[in-house]
Write a protein that binds this ligand. Sequence first.
Ligand SMILES: [Zn+2]
Ligand SMILES: [Zn+2]
Length: 375
Amino acid sequence: MTETQATRGPYPENFYPGTEELGADEMRITALGTGRPFLRRSQANASWLIELGNGDKFVFDFGFGSQMNFTALEIPYNAVTAWFATHLHTDHVGDFGQIWVGSWAGGRLKPLEVYGPSGPEPKYGFQHFIEKQMESYAWDTDTRVGALPAIGAEVNAHEFDFTAEGGVVYQQNGVTISSFPAVHIYDGPVSLKLEWNGLTFVYSGDTTPSRFFAENAKGADVVVHETFNTVGQLMDRSGYDENTARAIGTFIHSAPEEAAVVLKEVDPRLAVIFHFFNDFDTAPELEAKVREHYAGPLAMATDFMVINATRELIVTRMAVVSEHVWPNKDEHDDFGTAERKEPLKMSDWLWQAQLFPKGRLKGGDEGGDADESKG
Ligand SMILES: [Zn+2]
Ligand SMILES: [Zn+2]
């Protein structure tokens, strides 16, 4: 036994953003969102940040609220290599508007690179989701043109085949990310596997226990598998009737005692469970159910749990973050000079109502040439 979870090795008790340089052989995983679709302050919707010693940073899922936790880590958006979605439930992709527009306003000076699975028909696929999201935000993004650099509006959406088992969806800079099907309500969801430098991280997204996960995650270093609260907890604390509680907690998601069977089979160096409300009075029962079948290293995730992994050691601790972060000013050096496109012009009758009119944005003429009759 070379490690225990209680061993912090060389790491301080807490992780303070911006204070620890990642080792060249090291992987750092931060839980940005660990809760359920019902958003609450202590646990945002699903999202995981994976930082690698080669400088790459990936975000797996971007559910509602999770990206507020991302910005709390004070990482420049420019530093994120790519974003990946496991499936198109809002609690996994609801913060698309933030990773697109918030990151644009927050200093991103390159196209947004997003990856996600196909569906059984185009309207259930990732490409469709991204196109329609972007289309629906036309007023938002078109009105930012001119003030913000043009390049930040660009999105490169990469849709991959959800049916592929072990299909490589990303391969660059020594990093391989592959997908395999997740079994979750309908065709389309996937789980993701990241391999780099002899370290493997596997993330379930949402899935019921399946042979896909048991086989593809086997022997990985850090494995994040979903589990929902117990049926009893869903009935007692969420007020569900028994049928609904069973449907959500065991048909749609993994019951803890069943996720445990998968974790036993996978036998990772560290197993992480998430996607349940992790409270002091509900966690013990959930953990006991996991322990019916899985005896290995276990972390029950909550937001801002940080995992440092090398080949020798895996350490878990909590991040301590500021609630009052600003976008990283160091990343704004090229922001002012980056190319702008022609902005929209408001109608003259609106323009002329201003008490303190400033100049039009670049490309516009003072007073404009809009048709006054539009008023
Ligand atoms: Zn889901
Ligand atoms: Zn989910």
